[in-house]
Design a protein around this ligand. Sequence first.
Ligand code: AR6
Length: 175
Amino acid sequence: MTTKLRAIQADLTTLAVDAIVNAANGSLLGGGGVDGAIHRAAGSELLAECRTLGGCAVGDAKLTRGYRLPARHVIHTVGPVWHGGAEGEAQLLAACYRRCLEVAAAAELRSLAFPSISTGIYGYPIAAAARTAVATVQDRLPRYPGIQEVIFCCFSATDLAVYEYLLGVSAWASE
Ligand code: AR6
């Protein structure tokens, strides 16, 4: 199972996977960070489709087409804003990863790439967020045999080191 999972350092908008995940806000109408980059790369048709979706709750996820992106689809999810960790942030972040996998499987997608949801503008500490991301995907992926590949797409080398450490530790622990 762990062979399906890997971390890379890349610009998410360049990946030719079945779906990239967008770390959006509840309006789904665009923003900064990876959300802004995805909308710029996909073109205005993405915003037009997003306008039809009626927003998205924190922890939920919604599917659109990818338009001018190399990725065929975008799964828009809304991560929690970090308030110190005692306001259910970990549960909400885990819900994002679970819902994205569920939406991907329901659409029969085989490959998807996640950014590190909530760890930019929303302020979630990278080590804690990555632990939840890796643990949640590892826990849920066996339910979805159709999903062949999940990529954790890191923007920085330090984020990549965190994910590689977590993926390495869990591979070692399961030997
Ligand atoms: N490719 C991969 N990762 C990226 C890219 C990229 N092109 N650009 C940024 N990242 P953020 P959030 C990383 O701030 O914290 C928006 O305004 C970034 O380094 O994009 O969930 C939305 O509309 C970080 O590791 O998302 C919301 O209002 C990760 O992506 C709000 O920001 C997430 O950072 C969401 O904040």
